[in-house]
Design a protein around this ligand. Structure first.
Ligand code: ADP
Ligand code: MG
Length: 336
């Protein structure tokens, strides 16, 4: 349904904003593009929309190569951080604005009312934008983007200016609308909470590259590198040495459940995945009450480690369960 092949984009000032971007998105899927500020998220959305022209590569939408199509011929809706509404139109007409293809007035009215209801603005349809709060305006802008029948809806950090509770409500409403109306959406954010709340497919970017494309749970469990691992939650990262399916680090030896080539590697273990007994000895154990969990900090042979525990219990030895260890090393061929 949407397919990007080797997209590269260099700005006039020689900044390479997109480097070999490839991904696909299925009909009715919601993808979240996430990455730190300046990594190329907005450039990627603008390029898909046709507002920027890529140096090379192909963009396919609904089996059509759209490289040479102007933005409005791509049938894409947008919503950006500071959504602007038409102040001389009421909420109903703001939502209904634009080309609505084959819909007659009755169908359009029904669609506006359905979407307004799901976004809890159905009681505001007669009102003008000057009489709306910031959150209500943002809801109207979302309703407009969703009302227009389009192939693809692009959202660039649309909720960065809203407070946390409102943001959470809107994320759930968007997710519900997307499922109910079978929408294809690409949502850009730098916030991992938003990404996990929304994404069918997570696209992680850094410095113009896509690092990883996967389900959120897979990105969390199997991050492709330490950068991605740290971007999505806390993680302890250590250097280790692998030989004959054993991981050696700080005078400890741990049996792995996968086969890697021997040699120096980096590995990670999430603070909540550590087992509270075993052979690894801890020193300098300290405890912090974090409200709904305890964070223990300690040292293993002078290497600092964080351990997350739900109950206040005493322990001085731990283990790393093999299935929870994330090894950034070269896998041995399965057939070997
Ligand atoms: P993000 O949305 O992830 O914060 P952007 O796509 O806005 O990142 O920017 C990616 C890179 O391209 C940055 O280095 C930024 O400075 C640069 N950039 C963005 N827009 C322009 C532009 N119009 N002209 C030149 N450089 C730009
Ligand atoms: Mg941006």
């Amino acid at each position: 349904m949407l397919k990007l092949i080797n997209i590269n984009k260099t700005y006039d000032n020689k900044v390479k904003a997109l480097k070999n971007i490839n991904f696909e998105l299925g009909k009715n899927q919601l993808a979240v593009i996430i990455g730190p500020s300046g990594c190329g998220k907005t450039t990627l959305l603008r390029t898909i929309a046709g507002l920027e022209k890529q140096d090379a590569g192909e963009i396919w939408i609904q089996d059509k190569l759209v490289n040479d199509l102007v933005p409005y011929k791509r049938d894409i809706s947008f919503i950006f951080q500071d959504a602007s509404l038409f102040n001389h139109m009421n909420v109903f007409h703001n939502i209904a604005y634009g080309n609505h293809g084959n819909m007659d007035n009755k169908q359009l009215k029904q669609r506006v009312e359905k979407i307004a209801k799901m976004l809890k603005i159905d009681n505001l349809l007669e009102r003008y934008p000057s009489k709306l709060s910031g959150g209500q305006k943002q809801r109207v802008a979302i309703a407009r983007a969703i009302c227009k029948p389009s192939n693809l809806i692009l959202m660039d950090e649309p909720f960065s200016n809203l407070d946390a509770q409102l943001k959470e409500d809107l994320l759930q409403e968007i997710k519900a609308l997307q499922k109910e109306l079978n929408l294809m959406i690409i949502y850009v954010t730098h916030d991992q909470k938003e990404a996990f709340a929304l994404a069918d497919k997570l696209i992680v970017m850094e410095d113009g590259y896509i690092l990883q494309v996967d389900k959120p749970s897979n990105v969390y469990r199997h991050p492709i590198n330490p950068f991605v691992a740290r971007f999505f939650g806390d993680i302890n990262i250590f250097e280790g040495y692998i030989e004959d399916d054993y991981l050696e680090f700080a005078d400890n030896k741990i049996k792995l459940d996968k086969h890697f080539t021997s040699g120096q590697i980096l590995f990670g273990i999430r603070p909540e995945d550590i087992k509270l007994d075993g052979n690894i000895e801890l020193e300098d154990i300290q405890k912090e009450d974090r409200g709904n969990y305890y964070l223990f900090t300690a040292k293993i042979n002078n290497l600092p480690i964080n351990i997350k525990v739900n109950n206040d219990i005493k322990f001085n030895k731990i283990d790393f369960p093999a299935e929870k260890i994330i090894v950034w090393g070269k896998m041995l061929d399965e057939s070997n």
